[in-house]
Design a protein around this ligand. Structure first.
Ligand SMILES: Cc1cc2nc3c(=O)[nH]c(=O)nc-3n(C[C@H](O)[C@H](O)[C@H](O)COP(=O)(O)O)c2cc1C
Length: 167
C-alpha cells in the first residue's frame, strides 16, 4: 500500500458527506458554508457534529447564537456550494452574491436554500478544539426531508460537488 497524507486520504473516502451549514449573520441574513467534516453522533437524543476551521465565520456565528441549520444541498446547488466554499460570510453576503433562492422554515430566523434534501434544525451543545478545527456538537430538534430532491456529495476529496451516481 501507498502512504498518503490526510488530503489524499479524503480522495480515497470519496464520495464524502457534504453539508451546507446555515447560520445567522449579525444583520439577520443567513450565511452558507459547505462542510464535509460532519457526522451523526447519537441517536437518543439525536446529536450531530461538524468541525469548522478556527477562522470560519460559520463556526463563530454558531458559537455566538447557539443556533444552526445543517442541510444537505440539492443537485441544482452544485456550483453555489463550491462558490460558498471559496469566500467567507465575514465579508460578503454569499446568498445574494450567488442568487440563491432561500425559504423560511417553521418561523426560524435562519433560512435554508429552497433546493434542500435534508435540514437538521439544531442547537449547539458543546464546542471543542480539535487540532486546527473546532468540533461543534449539536442536538437536533427536528429533521425535515425532501425525498424527491437528489442530494450532493463531495468528490475528489472536497474538490467537486455532485450527486452520488456520478462517480
Ligand atoms: C466541498 C467542500 C467541503 C468543505 N468542508 C469543510 C469542512 O469540513 N470544514 C471547514 O472548516 N471548511 C470546509 N470547507 C471550506 C469552507 O467551506 C470555507 O472555508 C468557507 O469559506 C467558510 O465560510 P465561512 O467563513 O462563511 O464560514 C469546505 C469547502 C468545500 C468546497
Amino acid at each position: 500500500m501507498k502512504e498518503l497524507n490526510i488530503m489524499e486520504a479524503t480522495v480515497y473516502t470519496s464520495p464524502n458527506p457534504l453539508t451546507l451549514i446555515c447560520s445567522q449573520n449579525k444583520d439577520g441574513t443567513t450565511n452558507l458554508a459547505p462542510i464535509c467534516f460532519f457526522s451523526y453522533l447519537s441517536f437518543n437524543p439525536p446529536m450531530v457534529g461538524f468541525a469548522a476551521g478556527k477562522q470560519s465565520h460559520t463556526g463563530k456565528r454558531v458559537r455566538e447564537t447557539g443556533k444552526v441549520i445543517i442541510t444537505v444541498p440539492g443537485e441544482s446547488m452544485a456550483d453555489a456550494v463550491m462558490a460558498c466554499g471559496s469566500s467567507t460570510g465575514a465579508s460578503k453576503n454569499k446568498v445574494s452574491e450567488n442568487n440563491i433562492e432561500m425559504i423560511s422554515i417553521d418561523g426560524r430566523d435562519i433560512q435554508i436554500p429552497a433546493d434542500t434534501r435534508l435540514a437538521m434544525i439544531a442547537t449547539l451543545q458543546q464546542a471543542t478544539e480539535v487540532g486546527d478545527h473546532i468540533l461543534h456538537v449539536c442536538q437536533v430538534e427536528k429533521f425535515l426531508g425532501n425525498e424527491n430532491t437528489k442530494g450532493l456529495y463531495a468528490w475528489k476529496g472536497f474538490g467537486k460537488a455532485a450527486p452520488a451516481e456520478e462517480g
